[in-house]
Design a protein around this ligand. Structure first.
Ligand code: PEP
Ligand code: MG
Length: 883
């Protein structure tokens, strides 16, 4: 079998299409090489080797050794060098490369192949001993850290001591013999820690690094990352071995990263950063503040450090040409890594660039405009969940700003929260319902969980491509990076800014749009949903088949949802309306009444309140369909719980505390979710359903008069399992409709339907459809009752289920297509068989989940209904599901 794929010299064994086999990095290196771009020759050990490695007790396939040798020889031919041969020194880099880029794994070992002998060869080849020994000590440090597992800090300490001994402030003040000495000290340290010498044999080094890449696939950080991003373990990682090129061979050498368009705004301008005389990861690590690539960006940033355009115009021109070519070739914004070795440009990586949601929209819309892609493709390029970012608030331009520092605008959006200095603490406070800003000197993959928990991230070091910036953009979290005027003191838990000290717990605000850090809380504005957002939404609306409605009961939610493009209300949970202000007590009066007439008189008080609620919703929805669900929760949810509350409520509604307590006890249920709720209440107390139906019909007439548009309400009966339940309730609703029409002389068109949220309802759907004019799948309850897992208690163990691989996703978040979905599919078919024109929708939480929406399209539902802020996501997901 072929386990190793070579590239270089204008050729390659594979290409961009081989991502699964070669990983993202390897596939693109092969592609670039095949395009004839300057790529240092190398080879990729496939992801299948990783799979083999784990399936066979950490053993490699037999042929691997020979194939790696042959590939090394090929690099030697292309470079006129030879691995391990001091006379023709070839050094390599070793990098991991999964299908999807994955922080948390072993990243890179550079300068591999150096030892006590070859370091002299490097000094000779480069004509620079200082460079050679600096490279050697970097190699020992990196290798010891990622392959041997020794702490970075051990080596940093040695270096600091050496600098102090030499009276040097900067690394650059150390001479060749100083670095040689540091190298000796490093090796001694390794010996002390490992009880064996630092490996001198280049082949041993190489296999050590390859093994480290494969092992890192299973390290805890990588596992966490995969879990957060739904990356299957079975994918495995590839290993890329590539001839070294040096960005640190003096002032005509450099290394950098760039995006073909601005990853923050999407603007069509080459955007990037570089460092002169630096190696590989120096730019990303944020150790020195990098320089701009283009003159225009330099001027824009007000930087006095020269741009690449000025400093190395030839290499710059080559780079621009290649960047354009790659973007056109991939028809997407590219994220590039390059190195300039003594004036000569080498490409080290290209991949589709991570971008903010805002940039993604702009790039998709622009590229459609440029004719690079079509509208359908533009729509399919936007990750629906990412739209969430655009719905985040920004700082009100009129608000007072108490600016304490300015950093880089690393990821847009504004956030306010309490200062915390550690990721663990961010996570703890978030779990306690607090909002925090994670403040770090810089972040590393160990901070992923803290970044997730924080509202925003602030770092004092690092550029736009630093870890904090890249990860925050991916997460859609506001981030300000490299705020150099700030001093973070982890020990004392303080943040100092221009003489002012902020403590842990103090509130600050960050503005990811301009890099400002502000003291205290600042007024925010809701986002503007025009421009590119509107364009993509318009295209999505043309493509999608399903309608998108919202779950809303308050006028505010209904308005928000309409502004997000909701095409009606799919679920109005009327019980929420009973909790407002004084209504709850009228509701309690009703529950406490001993007779039907007592209940009716309390209900008569509720009627006008409900009527005005509905009337307002109808007006806001202006002729769009509105589904109103009859009372669903068990009645005891409206009664007070504690003794203190009982006496207060008893006084307020004028009954004895004793009576209230008795009633509360009588209504107590062992299993309320499976108890006296849903249509069962309407069967026991038809007068409640009657009041609600009357309120709906009267409001429909009222709103119809006001707006001039006839309102056709959809009345929904919850938790039906037996068709006779629905027959019973529907008869009451129809009777009320008739009465209201007679009283007013108006005709009202209306629909009566049911939720399908019990397995029995799905099984008997053909029968239920005789009475129901629509079905709305209540997949929250349907998931609960199908699994027999309480939706309120599932969270406690669902994560364990996920971790142990028992379920792939929480079924209360993403529809369980195989089980619950099968019931949905069956009920839809049976419903249609009885009543071909039956309206079908979904109103469980899954109605706003892109994967579940795909399934809804597949079974041909007419609409999905979701919470207001998910409406744009659902519109886009519905379009993507339709193509
Ligand atoms: C459902 O069960 O899916 C539903 C929408 O109703 P609720 O969440 O109110 O029970
Ligand atoms: Mg329900």
């Amino acid at each position: 079998a072929k386990w190793v794929y070579g590239f270089g010299g204008g050729e390659a064994d594979g290409g961009a299409g081989d991502r699964n086999l070669l990983g993202g990095k390897g596939a693109n290196l092969a592609e670039m090489s095949g395009l004839g771009l300057p790529v240092p020759p190398g080879f990729t050990i496939t992801t299948e080797v990783c799979t083999h490695y784990y399936a066979n007790g950490h053993a490699y396939p037999e042929e691997l050794d020979d194939q790696v040798d042959a590939a090394l020889d090929r690099i030697g031919e292309l470079t006129a060098k030879r691995f391990g041969d001091p006379a023709r020194l070839l050094l390599v880099s070793v990098r991991s490369g999964a299908r999807a880029s994955m922080p948390g794994m072993m990243d890179t070992v550079l300068n591999l192949g150096l030892n006590d002998e070859t370091v002299e060869a490097l000094a000779r080849d480069a004509g620079d001993r200082r460079f050679a020994y600096d490279s050697y000590r970097r190699f020992i440090q990196m290798y010891s850290n990622v392959v041997l597992g020794l702490e970075h800090e051990m080596f940093e300490e040695i270096l600091e001591e050496e600098k102090a001994r030499r009276g040097a402030e900067y690394d650059t003040e150390l001479a060749a013999e100083d670095w040689a000495r540091v190298t000796e000290l490093y090796k001694a340290k390794v010996f002390e820690e490992m009880e064996k010498p630092f490996p001198q044999d280049p082949r041993e080094q190489l296999w050590g690094a390859i093994g480290a890449v494969f092992s890192s696939w299973m390290n805890p950080r990588a596992i966490t990352y995969r879990r957060l991003h739904d990356i299957p373990e079975s994918w495995g990682t590839a290993v890329n071995v590539q001839a070294m090129v040096f960005g640190n061979m003096g002032d005509t050498s450099a290394t950098g990263v760039a995006f073909t368009r601005n990853p923050s705004t999407g603007e069509k301008k080459l955007y990037g950063e570089f460092l002169v005389n630096a190696q590989g990861e120096d730019v990303v690590a944020g150790i020195r503040t990098p320089q701009n690539i283009t003159e225009e960006a330099r001027i824009g940033a007000g930087s006095d450090k020269p741009s690449l355009e000025k400093l190395m115009p030839e290499a710059f021109r080559d780079f621009v040409t290649i960047a354009d070519r790659l973007e056109g070739h991939y028809r997407d914004m590219q994220d590039l890594e390059f190195t300039i070795e003594r004036g000569r440009l080498w490409m080290l990586q290209t991949r589709s660039g991570k971008r903010t949601a805002k940039a993604a929209l702009r790039i998709a819309v622009d590229m459609a405009g440029e004719g690079l892609i079509g509208q359908e493709e533009a729509v399919s390029r936007i990750e629906p969940g990412s739209l969430d970012q655009l719905l985040h608030p920004t700082i009100d331009p009129k608000a007072e700003r108490d600016v304490i520092a300015i950093g880089l605008p690393a990821s847009p959006g504004a956030a306010t929260g309490e200062i915390v200095f550690s990721s663990d603490e961010a996570e703890e406070l978030k779990a306690a319902g607090r909002r925090v800003i994670l403040v770090r000197i810089e972040t590393s993959p160990e901070d992923i969980h803290g970044m997730h928990a924080a509202e925003g991230i602030l770092t004092t070091r690092g550029g736009m491509t630093s870890h904090a910036a890249v990860v925050a953009r991916g997460m859609g979290k506001p981030c300000v990076s490299g705020a150099g005027q700030l001093r973070v003191d982890y020990r004392n838990q303080t943040l100092t800014a221009m003489g002012r000290t902020f403590n842990r717990g103090d509130v600050i605000t960050i503005d990811g749009a301009n890099g400002q850090v502000l003291a205290g809380q600042v007024a925010m504005l809701q986002p503007e949903l025009s421009g590119d957002f509107a364009a993509i939404m318009e295209w999505a609306d043309k493509i999608r088949r399903m309608k998108v409605r919202t779950n809303a009961e308050t006028p505010a939610d209904a308005r928000t949802a309409r502004s997000f493009g909701a095409e009606g209300i799919g679920l109005c949970r009327t019980e929420h309306m009973f909790f407002e202000d004084d209504r709850i007590n009228v509701m309690r009066e009703m529950i406490l009444a001993d007779t039907e007439s007592g209940r009716r008189s309390a209900l008569a008080k509720l009627l006008p309140m409900q009527r005005s609620d509905f009337s307002e919703l109808f007006e806001i929805m202006a002729g769009l369909p509105v589904t109103i669900r009859l009372l669903d929760p068990p009645l005891h949810e409206f009664l007070p719980k504690s003794g203190k509350e009982i006496s207060e409520v008893a006084a307020a509604i004028g009954v004895s505390p004793e009576k209230l307590r008795q009633r509360t006890e009588a209504l107590h249920e062992a299993n309320p979710m499976l108890g006296h709720r849903g249509c069962r209440l309407a069967v026991s107390y038809p007068e409640i359903a009657e009041m609600q139906a009357r309120a709906i019909f009267e409001a429909a007439i009222e709103a119809g008069r006001k707006t001039g548009a006839p309102v056709e309400p959809e009345i929904m009966v919850p938790l039906v399992g037996i068709v006779k339940e629905l027959d019973f309730v529907k008869a009451r609703i129809d009777a009320v409709a008739k009465a209201v029409m007679e009283e007013t002389g108006e005709t009202i068109a209306y629909l009566v339907g049911t939720m399908i949220e019990l397995p029995r309802a799905a099984i008997r759907a053909h029968e239920i459809a005789q009475a129901a004019e629509f079905f709305s799948f209540g997949t929250n309850d349907l998931t609960q009752t199908t699994f027999g897992i309480s939706r309120d208690d599932a969270a406690a163990f669902m994560e364990t289920y996920r971790q142990k691989g028992i379920v792939e996703a929480d079924p209360f978040v993403t529809l369980d297509v195989e089980g619950v979905g099968e019931l949905v599919r069956m009920a839809a078919e049976k419903g249609r068989a009885t009543r071909p024109a039956i309206k079908l929708g979904i109103c469980g939480e899954h109605g706003g989940d892109p994967a579940s929406i795909r399934f809804c399209e597949e079974v041909g539902l007419d609409y999905v209904s979701c919470s207001p802020f998910r409406v744009p996501i659902a519109r886009l997901a519905a379009a993507q599901a339709a193509v």
